[in-house]
Design a protein around this ligand. Structure first.
Ligand code: NDP
Length: 442
């Protein structure tokens, strides 16, 4: 059943999320990243919507060609080159891996080759920038708005296709979810793991590529633009490139682990993931780099070091917390967390067919500090990207506001699910670990 609040939120997002992305990108293009000036111009009648729209670059053949080539290349890397990184990188888990058991009892196989796709793409990028000069490294920045329309076309096309596929030719009919509400189904998805053929998995592909592979290239293109415009790359731009680069690399290094996260394990594939991965992620997660092209901030060294430390500490907490849970679950608790045997609560739950299963919830390590300390680390890292941009405008701070809403909502959503899954065992767990994100506060 879809409650009125979920429906209202979904309608709001379907209507306004594309506009929000447009507003942010347009305000950089036309108003030097000021979020208030366009509103003031409109409210005081100095400008009309049509004036702003008329100054907005439209889709071009060049952008369409770049984007088509980009997506085709990523599909090619995803489908055609089996992973070789796991053969020579110690500790890296790649190649064919299994996902979690779906509610219908299916275990999907995935070709984990995202790290390889990322490396190949970036090697080619640098080879072009330093040797071949086929195109300028500022190409992404220079076509940023025309590319936005292309990304939207793909985002809407893939979400609509996924909906039609869910009705008429689902990959696994038993894993489909129909609420009867068109908007909810479109937004949250019908199919759990839509696929084309044996290997083209929509969730894995769209979650990681084309958006996350592009993330670091987009930042590099912004850095190149700074160099072109001002003859130097500022330390703030380097900070943003480095900190976000670590986050992106972490994603690909742990791509097999991501198969067990909420996006892949519990969410269905609809507009939320399809459009979100194509448009929201590459355009709004990279706002700091875009902002720094318009406002090249040179930070004081001690301030820059502070931001770097915050970012690295956030990353350390994010990674260690995720690693502790992964290790704990993989070894069924037979491991050491901070040199000691982990503490945990035994819990059980019932599947739809009435079978009883057993699981464990860890209560030591970072999981004893708070129930989602991995989100806390993520938020610290996110804050660091924003702080790297100084305090002149609010636009670069959108990311931390958004991440706080996203992760708090995710935390509540996850706890609601876990509470109905584990019942009284979940209550015991929350009594032992009473805080969600910040020990003593929330
Ligand atoms: P988690 O990795 O926290 O997974 C939550 C699940 O873990 C729960 O549903 C439960 O699953 C299990 N669990 C909860 N508590 C315990 C415990 N104490 N011991 C053992 N297992 C437990 O959440 P996500 O998948 O949302 O996040 C993964 C990472 O991805 C996070 O670090 C997050 O910050 C990041 N992320 C980043 C986003 C971005 O846009 N940058 C977006 C989303 C996530 P079960 O049913 O198996 O018990």
């Amino acid at each position: 059943e879809v409650d009125w609040f979920s429906l209202a939120s979904i309608l709001f997002l379907l209507m306004f999320a594309p506009l929000i992305v447009y507003y942010f990108i347009m305000s950089c293009d036309q108003y030097q990243c000021s979020l208030t000036d366009p509103l003031l111009d409109l409210l005081t009648g100095k400008k009309h919507l049509s004036d702003i729209w008329n100054r907005t670059p439209m889709v071009t053949y060049k952008a369409a060609a770049i984007y088509s080539l980009w997506v085709t290349f990523q599909v090619f890397l995803y489908l055609s080159i089996p992973d070789f990184c796991h053969k020579f990188l110690p500790g890296y888990v790649g190649g064919v891996q299994e996902g979690a058991v779906t509610p219908a009892g299916v275990v999907n196989k995935y070709e984990i080759n995202g790290l390889q796709a990322w490396i190949i793409t970036h090697v080619l990028w640098f080879a072009n920038a330093y040797c071949f000069h086929f195109f300028s490294p500022t190409i992404i920045f220079d076509n940023w708005i025309p590319l936005l329309w292309c990304a939207n076309i793909l985002g809407y096309a893939v979400s609509t296709f996924a909906m039609i596929k869910g009705y008429f030719f689902p990959t696994n009919a038993k894993d489909c979810k129909f609420t009867g509400n068109f908007f909810y189904d479109y937004m949250m998805g019908i199919e759990f793991n839509p696929r084309i053929g044996k290997w083209f998995d929509f969730k894995l592909f769209f979650n990681g590529r084309p958006g996350i592979v592009a993330w670091t290239l987009i930042n590099l293109s912004f850095a190149a633009k700074q160099q072109e415009l001002y003859g130097e790359v500022t330390n703030s731009m380097i900070l943003v490139n480095v900190l976000q680069g670590i986050y992106v690399l972490d994603y690909f290094w742990n791509e097999a682990w991501y198969l067990k996260t909420i996006d892949i394990c519990h969410d269905h594939f609809g507009w939320y993931l399809g459009w979100g991965d194509c448009v929201w992620l590459p355009y709004l997660y990279t706002l700091q780099g875009l902002y720094l092209v318009y406002h090249p901030v040179q930070l004081r060294t001690d301030y820059a070091m502070g931001v770097l430390m915050l970012g690295l500490l956030g990353y350390y907490i994010f990674r260690t917390t995720n690693h502790q849970k992964d290790l704990f679950r993989r070894t069924n608790g037979n491991c050491r967390i901070w040199g000691k045997k982990p503490e945990y609560i035994e819990c059980s739950y019932m599947s739809v067919d009435g079978t009883k299963y057993y699981s464990k919830l860890m209560t030591s390590g970072f999981w004893g500090w708070a129930r989602h300390f991995n989100y806390t680390g993520d938020l610290m890292g996110s804050l660091a990207y924003c702080l790297a941009c100084g305090f002149e405008h609010v636009l670069p701070y959108f990311y931390i506001i958004y991440m706080t809403i996203l992760l708090t909502h995710r935390c509540i959503r996850d706890e609601h699910r876990c509470s109905s899954k584990y019942g009284k065992d979940w209550k015991c767990y929350t009594a032992v670990v009473p805080y969600r994100l910040l020990p003593g506060v929330f």
